[in-house]
Structures are given as C-alpha cells and as structure tokens.
Design a protein. Structure first.
Length: 102
C-alpha cells in the first residue's frame, strides 16, 4: 500500500481549510532510466474528498502533476467533521486516509 497522506483540516469562521500532501512518484511516462529505457507512466488519476459522507472535492489528475502533489482547498464546514480522502492511480493502487477537522 502506498505511503500515508499527510492531512490537516482546520476550521475558522465556518470555513474549513484542508491541506493534503500525497506521497506518490507521479511518473509521466516520458522520463528514461539510467539505461535509456522509458519509465512507465504511473500517476494518481482520481481524487475524492468527503466530509460527513458528502463530496466536497473531486479531481482528475493527468501525467503533468508533480511528484508528491500538494493540494489546498476550503469548504463550508465545522469542527469535528470527518474528512475521508481517497485516490486511485494508473496501476489500480488505492489509498484512503481520514482526519477530523480541528
């Protein structure tokens, strides 16, 4: 299973600020290794964030996203909300992590 994400979610004045650092190599399929062989594409394709079971953020990534992508967004919410972050990559690997809004 891929490395855990680093999640932080804080509420201020009814807005929740979410910060996500996803550990992933995000290979574009265009780089070559030391022998000159092309490194196969391998990147996160779909990201979903839910708060209290409702979607608050959805994204589709492509090969141009950098290694270990960082994402920051806000939504209307409150302290104690349970955020669940899911992603799927081109190899079918999945990662799910959770955080409680503070």
């Amino acid at each position: 299973m891929p490395d855990p994400m680093r999640l932080r979610a804080t509420e201020k004045d009814g807005m929740v600020d979410v910060k996500i650092l996803m550990r992933h190599d995000m290979e574009s399929g265009q780089r070559k290794d030391a022998t000159g062989k092309t490194i196969p594409a391998w990147f996160i394709t779909v990201l979903n964030v839910q708060a209290q079971g409702k979607d608050v953020f959805n994204a589709q990534f492509g090969s141009a996203v950098s290694k270990d992508p960082f994402l920051n967004f806000k939504y209307k919410g409150s302290k104690g909300d349970r955020l669940v972050v899911n992603w799927v990559d081109t190899k079918g690997e999945k990662r799910t992590d959770e955080v409680i809004v503070s």
